[in-house]
Design a protein around this ligand. Structure first.
Ligand SMILES: *Cc1c(COP(=O)(O)O)cnc(C)c1O
Length: 230
């Protein structure tokens, strides 16, 4: 048994406990989904986590995902990474949502592929809430207009917002993201399915739940430190 395998049970319990506690304390017990973020993680370890109850996986890289997807036990998968338009076709039939839609051309390309595959793809609109140069996503001020444009596309459905707050940022940033989410829900929830705020990672998921997150994306805290192979 590897170190990461040994700690997995305890890690998962801790995360569930913390999420439930934060939800009970700050969010009227709102249901919060826990996503296991699998980049660099051995697919066998991912399968252990599915055995424990993890029912949603987050994938960052198309190539890596394709090499692992047939090893995974049955589990819902969503895409959360940088997505090149020419790679959409490889994942569109096996993921339930693309969370990382941070440009209009990407939304348009997903629409086109979804149309070809005869489906409507759920997406989240990614927001660069810290206006960081190194991060993708729409600026807060562009969000309303961006969603309006994406709503015109027939084969995508906007389910909410996704963000990666700057490391170490204050709670005001999480709060401003929550308010943006509520505003956008008010403007764009035409069919009752604008219901997802994907926010919070290993270091900040409790803060995120406190500020309205409905889905936390947890990698390191669940599977252990990532080892990057060259
Ligand atoms: C890697 C990653 C995560 C998980 O990060 P941890 O800090 O390991 O929990 C969450 N979201 C995205 C978009 C990621 O790329």
């Amino acid at each position: 048994m590897t170190e990461n395998e040994k700690y997995l049970v305890e890690n998962y319990k801790t995360i569930c406990y913390n999420v439930n506690e934060a939800s009970a304390k700050y969010a009227d017990g709102r249901k919060v989904r826990i996503m296991g973020v699998t980049k660099t993680v051995d697919p066998q370890l991912v399968n252990r986590s599915i055995d424990l109850g993890v029912d949603l996986l987050g994938e960052n890289r198309v190539q890596e995902y394709l090499s692992k997807k047939d090893i995974y036990k049955p589990c819902e998968v969503q895409f959360i990474g940088n997505l090149q338009t020419n790679k959409i076709k490889y994942i569109i039939d096996s993921v339930s949502m693309i969370q990382s839609v941070g440009t209009l051309p990407l939304a348009q390309a997903i629409d086109k592929q979804a149309g070809k595959h005869g489906k409507v793809m759920d997406i989240l609109v990614q927001i660069n809430i810290g206006s960081e140069l190194t991060k993708g996503g729409f600026e807060k001020e562009q969000t309303d207009e961006a969603i309006y444009a994406i709503e015109q596309l027939k084969n995508v459905r906007v389910r909410g917002l996704m963000t990666i707050p700057p490391p170490g940022c204050g709670e005001d940033v999480f709060d401003s993201m929550h308010r943006l989410y509520l505003d956008m829900k008010e403007n764009h929830d035409h069919s009752g399915c604008f219901d997802t705020l994907s926010m919070g990672m290993s270091g900040d998921y409790v803060t995120a739940v406190k500020h309205g997150s409905t889905l936390v994306r947890v990698g390191t805290a669940l599977y252990g430190a990532r080892i990057y192979k060259k």
